[in-house]
Design a protein around this ligand. Structure first.
Ligand code: PXP
Length: 252
């Protein structure tokens, strides 16, 4: 296992999937995810995240092509561990590939990818992505067995699922929220000690981001749904700028 990476600035990856959700609701050409990505860059995003789902319910193949062509920021391409997605990723060679679960049987109880039981298959699956120069990240629950498995298969990054923490906060289950937060804190530190770069995301809002942003081992947060929703009220650039400000404040 590799030595821990040095700690540093917390990056913000803006997930633009739900710009495409709104577009697809009407089958129109707008709003355009590429335009959103450009505005995200202006607002201080460090990367753009897009999930090409097997059912193409939001981002399309054409969106990925357009993003690869238009972006100056690195693209974090989220995908399921399928042969179809592997071929698409190898064609585009994005900066980063994040492997996420899509089907129920691929998930842990907390919703992250079930790596521990799929170690062999996933190790073979990510090898060509690593060879192609993509930074491979695995979206998992904050669970020691999953983190150890992610390290063993040769992932560079683990993205810890913050959904349970965010749901507990939103539903006022504060004891559970604090327990989830403590688990995220401990597991960020554990993953970092194994030489993995630590990211986090899912369900983060202005109310929940600061506590996670304060963990020194977390290097990147990927945030989408809340930001696209908030953009309806204050515009995309101010919505992202406020998230950036909260992250920087928590880090300081
Ligand atoms: N990280 C990963 C791996 C995800 O799959 C998602 C959701 O697509 C996010 C982060 C962002 O979650 P949200 O849209 O709830 O902010």
């Amino acid at each position: 296992m590799s030595t821990p990476a040095p700690l540093g600035k917390l990056r913000l990856g803006v997930n633009i999937d739900h710009v495409a959700t709104v577009r697809n609701a009407r089958g129109s050409a707008y709003p355009d995810p590429v335009r959103a990505a450009k505005l995200a860059e202006e607002a201080g995003a460090d990367g753009i995240t897009a999930h090409l789902r097997e059912d193409r319910r939001h981002i399309s193949d054409a969106d990925i092509e357009a993003l690869m062509e238009a972006l100056t920021l690195p693209l974090n391409f989220e995908m399921a561990a399928t042969d179809e997605m592997l071929a698409i990723a190898l064609r585009h060679k994005p900066h980063a590939v994040c492997i996420v679960p899509e089907r129920r049987e691929e998930r842990t109880t907390e919703g992250g990818l079930e790596v521990a039981r799929e170690e062999n298959r996933l190790a073979h699956f990510i090898a060509p992505l690593r060879d192609a120069g993509c930074r491979v990240s695995i979206f998992i629950a904050a669970d020691a067995a999953q983190i150890e498995a992610a390290a063993r298969i040769g992932a560079a990054v683990v993205e810890l699922h913050t959904g349970a923490y965010c749901d507990a906060h939103a539903e006022g289950r504060l004891k559970e929220r604090d327990a989830e937060l403590e688990r995220l804190r401990e597991m960020s530190s554990f993953a970092h000690s194994l030489g993995l770069e630590v990211h986090a995301g899912h369900g983060l809002t202005y109310d929940t981001v600061s506590r996670v942003a304060a963990f020194p081992e977390v290097m990147e947060l990927n945030i989408g749904h809340f930001l696209i929703g908030e953009a309806i009220f204050r515009g995309l650039v101010p919505a992202i700028e406020e998230m950036r400000r909260l992250m920087d404040e928590a880090r300081a």
